[in-house]
Design a protein around this ligand. Structure first.
Ligand code: AHR
Length: 507
């Protein structure tokens, strides 16, 4: 396939949002326990945090991490997770049918986030609880002192408030699987009144109302409209969640085009939000928080682990520990492209999840930790985008036919422009993915409005170390089987060739 990518130096759409490269830690499976927290691990620090995992997290560099759930949060009592550990109760977690020991809670997570050099995004429970609990946990986290919950925090050894800015008003409340699932009207009322009360406690916070759990939800669109009509002036963002997989109903060609769904999802939510804004005669724009997205083999999960049901009520069992391939990483690259292309509207993005549970990272209890294939595009795009401006990319690509999305570009692209300290052009970074199953792609880049000649700085391609196996993955015994290697064929001034299959970055 061939593609022509056109860029113009003056056509930027937005600064790259700092929070676009977030992730997610849920009390689910082994994300927390034996993921980020394992007091008995040889690398554990004084807080019981795995420093081998922390080091990898700092390399990948999620800029914000959502916590504590997910479906988990809709039955969670945050008070169980603070105070002296020996007094914390073991509780049933209905969402994942496990036992929560509460050895890890808000204070531990805030300490971890500090060491991981990331921002905390905290979700309140609007499933089994509501307005009062949301205000209490906010008071615990952000109020300086002299009140019940701020003094409780201080009695637990944390004098300064955490100053958590980003708050989610519940999780996936549109989903019938959610504990305390609500109709759009019920949720809209609760989210609106909770938002207003939370802003009375701390007017500096930014609030995210629940949007849809996927674009295929029967309530999609109507849900967003109803929720925003009630909350428009009280929230900053509405959420979106999406998981993609190759399955019987989604053949590989369609799976590779998953970003088309993400593009449509974002455009539809933006249009719905703007329609509500227009009716309310508001000048405000609602942002989108894409705070769960990834590749996830849900068919396997639904037909095995979940359908069979676990009855053992284990603590931190293995749950959805998907092993990611080169191909999954290519799809993740295109999802990152979609988020970047929408950097004027998507203000927060959280890949789900950080460790073990559909994780960027894997770790073994008492053993090693390593990066999955999907961490490679995540890290590269984050490193090479932050501090830049999103370029309006025009792609004229050969196309191919998919069942779900009609004909689709074979080459998917996004681009970022960086200026130097004097405002001059420092570099252009192109993120390209080739969706062809058979052939290499050739991309030529046409640059308009650039004052100086550009030469290719470096170009990398994601691939299996030996050969072209699209199902290659990183494992405990071969943690770097898939990596990034120099793309020799990239060259010429202002011309980049994608000579190999896979997601690629070039600058
Ligand atoms: O990330 C796994 C789960 O997927 C989350 O708990 C839930 O919000 C979503 O359905």
């Amino acid at each position: 396939p061939r593609a022509r990518i056109s860029l113009d130096a003056s056509y930027t759409t937005a600064p790259v949002p700092h929070r676009l490269f977030g992730s997610f830690v849920e009390h689910m499976g082994r994300c927390v326990y034996t993921g980020i927290f394992e007091p008995d691990h040889p690398s554990a620090d004084a807080d019981g945090l795995r420093s081998d995992v922390l080091e990898l997290v700092r390399e990948i560099g999620p800029t914000v991490v959502r916590y504590p759930g997910g479906n988990f949060v809709s039955g969670y009592d945050w008070e169980d997770g603070v105070g002296p550990v020996e007094q914390r109760p073991r509780r049933i977690d209905r969402a994942w049918r496990t036992v929560e020991t509460n050895a890890f809670g808000l204070d531990e997570f805030a300490r971890w986030a500090d060491k991981a050099q990331t921002e905390v995004m905290y979700a309140v429970n609007l499933g089994t609880r509501g307005l009062q609990e949301a205000c209490d946990v906010l008071e615990y986290a952000n109020h300086p002192s002299g009140t019940k919950f701020s003094d409780l925090r201080r009695s637990h050894g944390r004098t300064d408030p955490y100053g958590i800015t980003l708050w989610c008003l519940g999780n996936e409340m549109d989903g019938p699987w959610q504990t305390g699932h609500k109709t759009a009207h019920e949720y809209a009322r609760l989210a609106g009144e909770t938002a207003r009360a939370m802003r009375q406690v701390d007017p500096t916070i930014e609030l995210v109302a629940c949007g849809s759990s996927s674009r295929s939800m029967p309530t999609f669109g109507e849900w967003e409209r109803t929720v925003l009509e009630e909350t428009y002036e009280d929230v900053q963002m509405i959420s979106a969640h999406a998981y993609y997989e190759e399955s019987e109903t989604t053949p590989l060609a369609d799976f590779l085009a998953s970003a088309v769904d993400m593009d449509l999802f974002i455009d539809s939510v933006a249009a719905t939000a703007d329609a509500v804004g227009a009716r309310l005669k508001s000048r405000k724009k609602i942002g989108i928080s894409f705070d769960e997205w990834n590749v996830w083999n849900q068919t396997a999960w639904n037909s095995s682990e979940r359908a069979n049901g676990r009855t053992a009520w284990d603590v931190a069992p293995r749950v959805i520990e998907d092993e990611y391939t080169v191909q999954d990483a290519v799809v993740v690259g295109t999802l990152l492209n979609s988020l970047l292309r929408h950097g004027d509207r998507v203000l927060v993005g959280c890949q789900a999840q950080l460790v073990n549970v559909i994780g960027l990272l894997r770790s073994e209890a008492g053993g090693p930790a390593w990066k999955q294939t999907i961490a490679l595009p995540f890290e590269q795009v984050r490193r090479r985008s932050l501090g830049g401006h999103v370029l309006d990319v025009r792609t004229a690509s050969d196309r191919y036919e998919t069942g779900k999305y009609g004909d689709v570009d074979l080459v998917d692209a996004s681009a970022v422009l960086h200026h130097d300290d004097d405002g001059g052009l420092a570099r252009v970074t192109l993120f390209l993915a080739n969706r062809s199953l058979e052939e290499s792609a050739q991309a030529s880049v046409s640059l308009g409005g650039f004052a100086q000649d550009l030469a290719v700085g470096d170009a990398l391609v994601l691939a299996a170390t030996d050969g072209q196996d699209r199902y290659a993955s990183n494992t405990e015994s071969a943690p770097t089987a898939v990596g990034l290697r120099p793309l020799a064929s990239a060259g010429g001034s202002a011309a980049v060739e994608t000579a190999e299959r896979g997601a690629q970055t070039a600058r």
